[in-house]
Structures are given as C-alpha cells and as structure tokens.
Design a protein around this ligand. Structure first.
Ligand code: PHE
Length: 364
C-alpha cells in the first residue's frame, strides 16, 4: 500500500542518516536520497502518474518528509562543518519552514555516527549465548559474586584441602560478622547449587556473569565471564551434552561442522568430565575458527552424584549434565580478537572497532 511504502522509505532513509559517520558519508546520503537522482526526488517525480486525489495526498506526505530530511541534513552538516552549513543555510533561507528546528537546535536529531556509543562485546556476546540456551528451555538463575566457601567449593564436591581448589587461585575476602569465609566466586558453578537448593527437579537452568581468579596473561584476566548450564532430569546422558554443545557452536559461529574436540578432563563436580576445544588459527593480531591450534572454550560433564545429594536431589532418580563456558574466549574466536586483556582496557579505539551498535531508535 502507498502509506506502507512511504513509511518504509522514511524509516530506511532515517536509519541511513543515523548511521552517517562523517562528512563524506553525509554527502553520499544526500546524493542517494535528496539529490537529483535520489530516491525521494524520484518518488516525488513519479507522483505525476497517479490519480489526482492520491497524487495530492502522497505529494503532501512526501514533501513534508523532504522538508524534515533537509532540516536534519542541515543540522548534521552544521555540526560536522559549521562554516559550510551557515553559508548553505543563508543561501537556502527563503521558504524554509523547518518545524522541528527550535532555537536553532533540533533535539530529535539522530546522534551522528561519531558520537554514537557502542555496546561492549561482553554483554553483547552474553546476550547471544543466553538467548540460544533460553530458546532451548534453560531458565536464568542468579547468584552473588561474593560467595561463601560452601557454594563455591564444598557443595561442589571440593572439601577443604581438596587439591582442585588450588587450580582456582581464589581471591579471599575477610570473613563476615559471623566468621563465615567470603570469596569472589571462581566460577558460575556456585549458581548450580543455589538453583538446585531453591527448587525441585527437573532443572534446566543457566547462569551468567563475572567470575574471578588471580591470573593475568594473554589468555587470562583476573575477572572474566562465564555462562553456566545445568540440565537435571531422568535419563539425561553424555550424548545430550555433546549434542547440545555442538548445536550451540553451530548456531553461535553460524556454520555446521565447527571443528570441536571433547577432551577428557577432571572436575570434582562432574564425572565423567571433559573440556571442549575449538580449532583455531592465530595470525599476527587476528584469530579465527578453524586451523592448526586449539582453544579451550568450556568445561563440562555429568553432574557428580555428591553434588546432587548436597542439594537434596536423589541421585538414584535424577542425573544431568553441566557446562561452564568462557564468554571472552567465545567472543575472541567469533570476532577475531587476539588478546583477552583488551576487553578490560577501556580503550576507546578498540571499542569503536569491536563494539556493537546499540539498537538504533528511529523516529516514526
Ligand atoms: N566450573 C568449571 C570451570 O570454571 C567449568 C565447569 C562447569 C565444568 C560445569 C564442568 C561443569 O572451569
């Protein structure tokens, strides 16, 4: 329908104007939309072929759109090169009824590309991952970053002095008023315990967020992010775990047959346990999926019966799988970032390059 067509064009051209990142792009936008052969100019020219009433109606709409776009164009131009815009606006003064220009400023003007904020890759990738598992039926569970020993270790089958605790390089905090130990959670597996103690099986839960370990090099930072998954039901087996992770990788990386390897491993809270690596290629500053090297992206396994029992779940009836994936690692592989430390450097140029545009809000 005519109205729909106009609306689509309006949204598209406004969105394109919103994306404009510099003077040259602005000039190109002008040429494509308002120039002699621009889409809006052509749409106006084609009105002649319509019946009179329709021509009047659409002519009114399109002319209003043209005035509004010209106003916005002038505003942007003024911002990008003040001298030039003043000259143009003096030249084009006659009959210029820009309704949205109040006191020389149009506050509804879209933010220009240069000043536009970016989403940090971590929350963006977390959203990508959790929406996949959400669609598979996993429900988000929460847990604190400052944890106690029980949720982070003991209930996960790591009693005091268990050698596996040393692998975690924990940040300990001073004890609370009651003398209970406090620490920064070393993994999101602590949320498995909270979720199972708070409900009754079956469980299909996930958890996401910051985790902390005393570590710092090209592939480790003291704070990093994990996404945990836990599926406890009757008859769950390792095949479900493999299928679920394979499916995830195919969706996340956007192609089938992502080169994955399940490597036998050890975690006190899963038996059997595995780590999953993705084949990758490192070349100078870049990193890509597929190649001669392997990068570990997650730990996983079948939930240990001791963990189920510590949460009051009958391990004779219920069993399940769990995994914990490193968000930075997945982001690095998908978007070709080489050094994990850059996620935390707050460097503007890096963020402009790797960050994501927020959803653009286009005026109706
Ligand atoms: N918590 C483990 C880690 O941080 C990952 C993991 C989660 C392993 C769930 C098995 C099951 O390394």
């Amino acid at each position: 329908m005519a109205g729909d067509k106009d609306r689509i064009q309006r949204d598209v051209v406004l969105e394109a104007l919103h994306r404009v990142g510099g003077k040259e792009e602005l000039a190109a936008w002008y040429r494509d939309v308002l120039g002699k052969k621009g889409s809006l100019t052509l749409a106006l020219r084609s009105l002649g072929s319509l019946d009179k009433p329709l021509r009047r109606e659409r002519g009114k709409e399109l002319n209003a759109l043209r005035r509004m776009l010209e106003g916005r164009y002038e505003q942007l131009l003024k911002r990008m090169s003040p001298g030039e815009a003043v000259e143009r606006s003096v030249r084009g003064k006659e009959g210029n009824d820009r309704q949205d220009d109040v006191d020389g400023e149009d506050w509804s003007l879209p933010v220009s590309g240069d000043g536009c904020g970016r989403l940090h890759p971590i929350p963006y990738v977390m959203e990508e991952i959790t929406s996949f598992f959400g669609a598979c039926g996993f429900v988000m569970a929460q847990g604190p970053h400052v944890e106690d020993d029980d949720h982070n270790f003991e209930a996960l089958n790591m009693p005091p002095h268990h050698p596996a605790r040393q692998m975690h390089d924990t940040f300990y905090l001073s004890s609370d008023e009651s003398g209970a130990s406090r620490l920064l959670r070393t993994h999101t597996s602590s949320v498995q315990i909270r979720a199972m103690r708070a409900g009754t099986p079956p469980f299909y839960v996930m958890a996401s967020g910051g985790t902390y370990r005393r570590d710092y090099d090209q592939t480790h930072t003291p704070m990093f992010h994990q996404i945990e998954g836990l599926a406890v039901d009757k008859d769950i087996h390792m095949g479900h775990l493999k299928g679920c992770l394979q499916h995830f990788c195919e969706e996340f990386f956007g192609y089938g047959d992502v080169p994955l390897r399940f490597r036998p491993s050890f975690f006190p809270f899963t038996e059997p346990s595995a780590e999953v690596d993705i084949a990758c290629h490192m070349d100078g500053e870049s990193l890509s999926v597929g190649g001669e090297s392997w990068m570990e992206i997650l730990g996983c396994g079948m939930v240990h019966p001791h963990v189920l029992e510590a949460c009051g779940v009958d391990s004779g009836c219920w069993q399940g799988f769990a995994f914990g994936m490193g968000v930075e690692r997945l982001a690095m592989l998908k978007y070709g970032m080489r050094d994990v430390r850059m996620f935390f450097e707050s460097e503007h140029g890096w963020l402009r390059h790797y960050g994501f545009r927020p959803f653009s809000v286009v005026s109706p």
